[in-house]
Design a protein. Structure first.
Length: 168
């Protein structure tokens, strides 16, 4: 006789049951945060490339936008479109967070969104982009740490608790 474990029986309390909808929202939350982090890293990489070549970050940002599938209108600078894609990723993460994340995460994501919205998408100077990327990556790391602590750094059930739950 084969038995399977119900994910809810492995959670310490009902607020952390891993139901299908919670898993779905956690997966998408992670994907949106990962996409935001990757976009910021691409901005940072473009700034590094521009500072090493003593030129504009525009060509490197155009390549980054193309790699991420961000459409940039002809003749327009790529940074506003990249900022828009970054903002959208953070907003989508926040939407998923409302279902599964603690209040601290939603506050961290709101702070991250404020940072992105307050940035000047017209300033393509390498130093401004590096500063923006450094601050934003710190905010992303803080938000990710909240989720990590809330969902994945919990004490597991003891052997005795496991036996009690499955022996019934």
């Amino acid at each position: 006789m084969t038995t399977t474990a119900d994910p809810r029986t492995l959670a310490p309390d009902a607020s952390t049951w891993l139901t299908n909808s919670r898993v779905y929202n956690l997966i998408w939350l992670g994907r949106w945060i990962e996409r935001a982090e990757s976009i910021v890293r691409a901005i940072d990489g473009a700034a590094i490339a521009a500072s090493e070549s003593v030129g504009s970050a525009g060509p490197a940002l155009s390549a980054a936008a193309e790699a991420w599938g961000v459409s940039v209108p002809d003749g327009e600078p790529p940074l506003p479109a990249i900022h828009s894609a970054l903002r959208l990723s953070i907003e989508r993460a926040r939407d998923n967070a409302h279902q599964v994340a603690p209040l601290q995460f939603i506050q961290a994501v709101n702070a991250l969104l404020e940072r992105v919205e307050s940035a000047d998408p017209a300033d393509e100077s390498p130093q401004a982009l590096r500063d923006f990327a450094a601050r934003t990556l710190t905010d992303v790391a803080e938000a990710s740490a909240v989720i990590e602590r809330a969902w994945f750094n919990r004490q597991g059930l003891t052997d005795e608790e496991l036996v009690q739950r499955f022996a019934q």
